[in-house]
Design a protein around this ligand. Structure first.
Ligand code: DX5
Ligand code: ZN
Length: 219
């Protein structure tokens, strides 16, 4: 069954406590925190996302899935360490070279946190094959990074299929997460592509009944 990581990006309020509680009751598997620095992507969500993370830590024990859409990755790893996230994912496109990718993978792992590597729609999945034995998750952006409520780009699901093949052929164990434009309508094709975790933002946050929506997404 595909696990659900609910993104707060589309939440219009700074106070998410009611939503966090309702999402826990609705059986979201993770909370997805989109940290944006206004440089890697034009939006800046630093304050809002830190507020949500504090609120989550106060009322829930569910794992936190931090997605760094930032240029200065080390700075935000340091900022989020105190929250003991389950996983921290950074963007391949924010790194200058392979050494930087490798150093960041070790840097995050050495802190005892799982590490994920994200690629945007225009990045070929073959570019990250060499890092796959060393990471816990690949995040495939199924929309252009930076905003919620966009339409899923179907071609990006081909990368999920390729990753599944590569994982099986090489006996690797990383999880595959898809992120962006996932809702009740697009979930069947996302599931069929072979993801392990689906990030859903507006597809849950903008619906009336979180419990019903998540139940249908998991069916
Ligand atoms: C976009 C973020 C996604 C986004 C998903 O840059 O990484 O996590 O919040 O939102 P929806 O599900 O509304 O596309
Ligand atoms: Zn995200």
């Amino acid at each position: 069954m595909v696990e659900i990581s609910t993104s707060f990006l589309s939440l219009e309020t700074y106070n998410a406590t009611k939503h966090i509680y309702n999402l826990e009751v609705a059986h979201t598997d993770y909370f997805h925190i989109d940290v944006m620095d206004g440089k890697f992507v034009e939006t800046n969500t630093e304050e809002r996302m830190k507020g949500y993370t504090n609120q989550i830590k106060q009322i829930s024990n569910l794992p936190i899935d931090v997605h760094l859409l930032v240029e200065d990755i080390e700075k935000y790893v340091e900022e989020y360490m105190p929250y003991m996230p389950n996983i921290i994912t950074f963007h391949y496109e924010a790194c200058k070279n392979k050494e930087e990718v490798c150093n960041l993978i070790s840097y995050i792992k050495d802190k005892g946190v799982k590490v994920g590597l994200a690629i945007s729609p225009n990045t070929q999945v073959e570019k990250i094959y060499e890092f796959l034995p060393f990471i816990h998750m690949v995040l495939i952006m199924t929309v252009e990074p930076g905003k919620g409520g966009q339409k899923l780009i179907p071609e990006t699901l081909e990368k999920v299929k390729k990753l599944n093949e590569f994982r099986n052929e090489n006996n690797l164990e990383f999880d595959i997460e898809a992120d962006g434009g996932i809702n009740l309508e697009t979930m069947p094709s996302v599931r069929d592509s072979g993801v392990d975790i689906a990030v859903v933002g507006s597809g849950i946050i903008k619906t009336e009944d979180y419990k019903e929506t998540i139940k249908l997404l998991k069916e």
